[in-house]
Design a protein around this ligand. Structure first.
Ligand code: SF4
Length: 357
């Protein structure tokens, strides 16, 4: 039975200055409901263009309080049976409501996907990891400060064709790959980076009982392909699980996150690297970068450059340079070009030499 809910948040009047706008409280009503199953949840959201799913809420509720996100109907999916991890052979299925902390504690992750565990533990705080779900993590909105401040009018992601405040202002925590002058928003997830590296797929339920798999490499839409479209899900589609291939025996992986402080901070740059070594030879390699792209950035060209080559820091740096070739930079983000090269080189060295030791 839907419950009529009322919440209070501060809404800033974009016609007034930020200081003057602060403190103006607006009461906004919304419908809150708890569906009995996935089918009901999908039908409820699909039927109402102003409806949205609510899971861990660690990002969504902030956005609602700030007046950035204003759904009329919240469909709470937290009690649906979408929690848990199942390992079958080479595949791990992670329910979308599994928390980050639960996934980090999964033995198969420690044994076969260490870079996923390291990325999870490098993200957020323990309290947040106990609330935040894997599905929600993949769907988190950008941390762009201008996107999250409704008193800033120019944001193509929030208001199509309104401009981009970040391009003309401070933009240090923004992206350099998959962006252009219309939007330089960063995808801030850590765990999505190693998941992209191993070709994980989202399992999605849609209206009418439809189900489909979406490779995570195709799940998000780059900002330079349309700033206001963040992913390929249609309204009402629900991520129910993520299928993650486990790395076969002999592979080694790790996640390196470079940030301004050691905890509770987003990445300036990160590198998820998995390698299969044959002596000094890189028999196979998977690479993805975080902190630099509008989507978690799979570095396929670098992988091709390194497969079948020997451990060589110069070659590693060349692979890094190839990855960031064509980067779109602003004065505030130009440092990320060299940082990305250095981060990838360091992590490749760590993985290839440790694998040999
Ligand atoms: Fe908006 Fe993107 Fe510009 Fe941020 S970078 S202000 S999200 S358009």
């Amino acid at each position: 039975m839907p419950v009529r809910g009322v919440r209070q948040h501060r809404r800033r009047d974009p016609r007034r200055s930020r200081a003057a706008g602060r403190g103006r409280c607006v009461m906004r009503a919304f419908v809150y409901e708890r569906p009995a199953d996935v089918e009901q949840a999908v039908a409820a959201v699909a039927a109402d263009p102003q409806a949205a799913f609510l899971a861990g809420g660690t990002t969504q509720l902030d956005l609602m309080k700030d007046g950035v996100w204003t759904p009329d109907r919240l469909v709470d999916i937290t009690r649906l049976p979408l929690r848990g991890i199942m390992v079958e052979g080479q595949l791990m299925r992670v329910g979308a409501l599994t928390t980050m902390e639960q996934l980090a504690a999964e033995p198969a992750v420690t044994e076969r996907l260490l870079m996923v565990r390291e990325a999870l533990l490098a993200g957020a705080s323990t309290q947040l990891r106990n609330m935040a779900t894997i599905g929600g993590n993949l769907l988190q909105r950008t941390r762009c400060r201008y996107f999250r401040d409704p008193s800033v009018a120019a944001c193509n992601r929030r208001s199509p064709d309104s401009g981009c405040a970040a391009v003309d202002n401070t933009a240090r925590m923004h992206a350099i790959l998959g962006v252009d002058e219309r939007c330089v928003a960063l995808h801030a997830s850590d765990v999505a980076v190693p998941l992209v590296a191993v070709d994980a797929q989202a399992l999605v339920a849609g209206p009418g009982g439809q189900q489909r798999h979406i490779p995570l490499t195709e799940f998000w839409v780059r900002a330079d392909e349309g700033p206001s479209i963040e992913h390929v899900l249609t309204h009402g589609e629900l991520v129910t699980a993520v299928d993650v291939p486990l790395l076969p025996a002999g592979w080694r992986s790790g996640y390196l996150k470079v940030r301004d402080r050691a905890s509770y901070e987003f990445a300036l740059c990160s590198a998820a690297v998995a390698v299969l070594m044959d002596g000094d030879l890189i028999a196979d390699v998977r690479i993805a970068l975080g902190g630099v792209g509008s989507v978690p950035w799979r570095a396929r060209q670098a992988e091709q450059m390194l497969r079948g080559t020997h451990v060589d820091p110069v070659r590693f740096e060349q692979a890094g340079r190839a990855t960031v070739a064509g980067a779109y930079t602003l004065p505030g983000t130009a440092f990320k070009v060299d940082l990305a090269v250095a981060t990838l080189t360091r992590q490749l060295l760590a993985m290839t030499t440790e694998a040999n030791s």
